[in-house]
Design a protein around this ligand. Structure first.
Ligand SMILES: Nc1ncnc2c1ncn2[C@@H]1O[C@H](COP(=O)(O)OP(=O)(O)OP(=O)(O)O)[C@@H](O)[C@H]1O
Ligand SMILES: [Mg+2]
Length: 325
């Protein structure tokens, strides 16, 4: 079968979804290689959930195609569903069921044999850290625990692919941290696509990112590449000792070609700044020269990637300027 040879676990090709007049997803294409964890990043209404629903065979595309493990969502929905674990935006949990009961119920629905079911339920309960509440009613669980139960049900049949729609939405910071760790620990074995409109989530959890805005893919790359590639100019971090922070900052700001100087952490006697240059300007040599001429010590001068947050703002802003609907 094609899926054995296919390097991509998820392939979305020229996908479009229209609801009446709304174009929710507008000709998007992206691929996710096996074992990778990809962030599907976009503001509200960007088309994230719509794309995920198509990938999980919940609804058909208007145009284009999508496949999972080489199986097309329209032609082989059963094969696709077998290979997918889905955590929807609002997980369908059954409040009156106990955790273990619910996981067994989902496991049976996913075709796990009665002989294998108890071991499998224990395994995912362990994995998702819900073993200690397995006899509790779902209605009595905190939101964080409920989310972990949602993840446990998504992986119960050991699917190749996990599709997680805003897996940390509504959680408190501690729960977010734990859920991210859990998701990271699932990558490799599973190929994961998770949607979010929270930028640090992508930076902290994902290898790659697909940015979607108003139904269009506006960028896709590794998190690392994207942050440095998408701006005209790299920012440079400089660490300087021998002067006051204020004096150093002022001097750097006066340099031709410098757009902005942002103070970063101070270590011992040294001060670190992030210096952003104007597009097309390379200010590294001039920076070094200025520091030395002022009689200060230059401890370090290195390029830094722009934070994804700024990239994201840039991308969505230019989309709006172009008037894409
Ligand atoms: N069932 C529907 N009928 C009509 N329009 C819909 C339907 N579902 C979504 N839409 C519209 O499609 C667009 C994309 O919605 P979608 O839910 O995919 O976005 P999203 O990126 O998941 O947003 P959010 O971050 O708010 O969850 C929006 O304009 C939305 O209003
Ligand atoms: Mg959504």
């Amino acid at each position: 079968m094609a899926h054995d040879k296919d390097d991509y676990m998820i392939k979305v090709d020229a996908l479009t979804k229209r609801y009446d007049k709304t174009v929710a997803v507008n000709d998007i294409s992206f691929e996710v290689p096996k074992g990778q964890i990809v962030g599907f990043l976009g503001p509200n209404g960007a088309g994230k959930t719509t794309t995920m629903r198509i990938l999980t065979c919940f609804m058909p595309p208007t145009e284009g195609s999508a496949s999972v493990a080489g199986f097309d969502v329209l032609q082989s929905p059963m094969e696709v569903k077998k290979r997918i674990g889905y955590l929807p935006e609002n997980p369908p949990v059954y409040p009156e069921m106990e955790v273990e009961e619910y996981l067994s119920f989902v496991g049976r629905l996913k075709g796990i044999s009665s002989a294998d079911l108890p071991a499998r339920v224990s395994e995912v309960a362990e994995r998702c850290a819900v073993a200690d509440v397995r006899k509790k009613l779902i209605s009595k669980l905190s939101k964080g625990y409920r989310q972990r139960v949602g993840l446990a049900q998504a992986i119960i049949h050991n699917p190749d692919v996990l599709i997680l729609d805003e897996p940390t939405a509504g959680l408190d910071p501690k729960q977010i941290h734990e859920t991210r760790d859990l998701i990271r620990s699932l990558a490799g074995v599973h190929t994961i696509i998770l949607s979010t409109h929270i930028l640090p989530e992508v930076e902290q959890t994902c290898d790659h990112v697909v940015i979607i805005s108003r139904g269009k893919v506006v960028a896709k790359d590794s998190v690392q590449n994207l942050t440095s590639r998408l701006r005209g100019q790299e920012a440079v971090a400089v660490e300087v000792a021998g002067g006051t922070a204020a004096a150093i900052q002022q001097r750097l700001e006066q340099l031709a070609g410098v757009a902005r100087v942002v103070p970063r952490e101070n270590r011992h006697e040294a001060h670190t700044f992030e210096v952003e240059s104007l597009p097309g300007q390379n200010v590294r040599a001039a920076l070094a020269k200025t520091v030395v001429e002022a009689g200060w010590d230059l401890h370090e001068l290195r390029p830094v990637a722009l934070s994804l947050e700024e990239v994201f703002l840039e991308l969505t802003a230019s989309e709006q300027k172009e008037g894409v609907q």
